[in-house]
Design a protein around this ligand. Sequence first.
Ligand SMILES: [Cu+2]
Length: 489
Amino acid sequence: MKTPLPLRAIAAAVCILALPVSLPAAASAPAAKAQPAAAAAVRRYELNTNIVDGKMVYVDAKGQVNPTLVAKTGDTVEIVLSSGEGAEHDMVIPQLNVASSKFSNSSGKVTVRFKVTRAGSFVYYCSIPGHRQIGMEGKLEVTGPALAEAPAPAPATDKSDAALALYTPAPSPMRGPDPSAVSVAANPASVPAAIGQRAPQLLKYRMETVELPGKLDDGTSFTYWTFNRQVPGPMLRARVGDTVELTLFNARDSKMIHSIDLHAVTGGHGGGEHTQVAPGQEKTITFKALHPGLYVYHCATPLVPQHIAAGMYGMILVEPEGGLSKVDREYYVMQGEMYTGRPHGAPVHQEPSLEKMSNELPDYYVFNGEVGALSKTHKLQAKVGETVRIYFGVGGPNKISSFHIIGEVFDKVYSEGSLSSIKHDVQTTLVAPGGATIVELKMEHPGSYLLVDHALSRAGKGAVGVLEVTGDAVPGVYHAGAHPAGQSH
Ligand SMILES: [Cu+2]
């Protein structure tokens, strides 16, 4: 509806009257002259990063955590940044289009310099995924009038977009697979000896977190974050009532802080609260194994799903008093899914995709860390007549497994890794992320049995293992073709 002209004229007049009286003067005189440059100064801050009370923080020379930085409009702010604990960090102030380069033990100090031209309260933080959430943020308070020489906002873009463009890491250039990549697949036969009959005792474990280029698939590599250079990390084995002293050492050349949260542990976030370890350092926790069962452990350093998707998970078995029943063979298998910048199968060094991880759209599903780990590198082996036990867990970080072995039925399943009850004759068992199961099967017929997640599209993304069974067929169990003539049922 068109506003009648007299009304629009009145509205315009009211607007003009409402304008601040100083406007004409301010508009005609350059603000730079009104605010002499003599007031400007260089504000220099030196910030170190560190871990304080389990949080990642910036610390100034006086020990102040995440100090509020102050400046006046016209000042040049200079922030000298260094990694106190050695891990990789940066500092960004998106509202001011400020982003430092990354710094760590190896880079030494970096400096970010910028001029502040408008007043306000601006947040600074570390843009490494997860670091802001675990404490790395503070404020820069700028007082004083706005300066005319403030840079004009980038044309045709929203200011926040311009800031994002600055501090979001540019997509890494595509590079071929890393020739130094090694296999990180844990050998599924590497299972510690059974506990058997013994009294509770003190067990000491030492594990190392290592970041290394690994073979994700033929012709594709990935920078894995691992426990002991393998995925999953080593299987730990204890007895209920044991006291476990666990030391976690983070390799000197790590860029990240790492930690461990064991689901078998009661208290201290499963250990995650007291094992945040900077590169080159170590921390120890001691816990009592109160509950028997099979439990997942994983890194609990933000961004936790990123650390898990990069390979940081494993399992600890807590045997009941008297131990588990004897079987002929035991295997250790874990499923995880991976989120990569390029599609499945790209002949490149894959970078993690945090966006796909956030949307839970994996490119790879793997058993023991890499495509082919259990179908080429380390096949499971058994003989007809033997009973096989598989300790199976899901690192995730996000996806449930519908664990199944093609051509077999699980004689026993300890659902959810609980030893308190056994299910018999199970075809497929659900295993939650951060959950586990124990399955047992007696091999009655030779052949190649495939381990899969029965959400079968995932087999095409890597989740296939092989259990190779040798020996003579037991008559009557299975054969190709019609029933032999003359035999009765
Ligand atoms: Cu980690």
